[in-house]
Design a protein around this ligand. Structure first.
Ligand SMILES: Nc1ncnc2c1ncn2[C@@H]1O[C@H](COP(=O)(O)OP(=O)(O)O)[C@@H](O)[C@H]1O
Ligand SMILES: [Mg+2]
Length: 251
């Protein structure tokens, strides 16, 4: 981890998707975002608002149309593909929106976590103990030696978080990490994210529709039509107000 500077900085971040007919969709429109080290940020907003796009840009999985992205001191937009891979491996943990895409299906839960650990300064025994602890904290200790493909969607989602945190990332990006979980397992996921923040100063950027998640984090930003604003339609919804833009599906 670099010593100073924010965990995430976005300046005038814009992303436009173009389909084959040349139709353009502005998924992000001049977004400004700053996340401090150890800050826990919730991103909320209706389906299609641009939340997943923002996470994939932060992870360097997609190059933005315009703007600047700095993650833990690294200028993501200017990095080569190889440097990006290295940056992701060393600094990022990511939980994608589709649970099954986060895990290696034929590896066991324990192997999935072990593959994501970095050799670093830990001994083999310490790594093994940490993997077991991660699996236990998401309630998968009984399933540690089952292949990931045989786990349920909710179990895969919890495994995905254990995998994302296994490399002790400076930044965790999680896209609706509790969407398939009940209240109890959802709470375990929240606790594990907050523990990473407490123990290692991991910054959290979590896309969520789950008020238990957003309430547990420090800061909340709403995205509407690719624009980021402080405050929340979820909190106003809980007071019975109109939820701007919440039309159609919530995928
Ligand atoms: N790969 C893509 N190609 C074209 N348009 C896309 C693609 N991914 C997302 N979009 C569009 O970009 C907008 C933002 O999508 P997304 O970031 O997935 O929103 P959210 O995660 O908030 O639901 C939507 O209009 C969506 O249809
Ligand atoms: Mg999404």
């Amino acid at each position: 981890m670099t010593v100073d500077g924010p965990a995430v900085l976005c300046e005038r971040l814009t992303h436009i998707y173009r389909d084959d007919e040349g139709t353009e969709v502005t998924a992000l429109d001049e977004v400004e975002l700053r996340v401090r080290r150890g800050e826990a940020v919730a991103l909320v907003g209706p389906s299609g608002a641009g939340k997943s796009t923002l996470l994939t840009l932060l992870a360097g999985l997609v190059r933005p149309t315009a703007g600047r992205i700095v993650v833990d001191g690294e200028d993501v937009v200017s990095l080569s593909e190889r440097a990006l891979l290295r940056m992701r491996a060393r600094k990022l943990g990511m939980v994608l929106q589709t649970p099954g895409r986060n895990v290696l299906p034929y590896a066991t839960a324990r192997q999935n976590v072990a593959f994501a650990q970095r050799s670093g300064t830990l001994t083999r025994a310490e790594r093994r103990a940490e993997a077991a602890e991660l699996l236990e904290s998401v309630g998968l200790d009984e399933h540690a030696d089952r292949p990931a493909r045989l786990l349920s969607g909710g179990q895969q989602q919890r495994l995905a978080l254990a995998v994302a945190l296994a490399g002790r990332p400076a930044l965790l990006l999680a896209d609706e990490p509790t969407s398939q979980l009940d209240r109890r397992t959802g709470d375990a996921v929240i606790s594990l994210m907050l523990a990473a923040r407490e123990q290692r100063g991991t910054a959290l950027v979590v896309v969520t529709h789950d008020r238990h998640v957003s309430d547990a984090l420090d800061t909340e930003y709403a995205i509407h039509d690719g624009r980021l604003e402080a405050g929340s339609w979820l909190r106003s919804a809980s007071l019975g107000h109109h939820r701007p833009g919440l039309e159609g599906d919530r995928s």
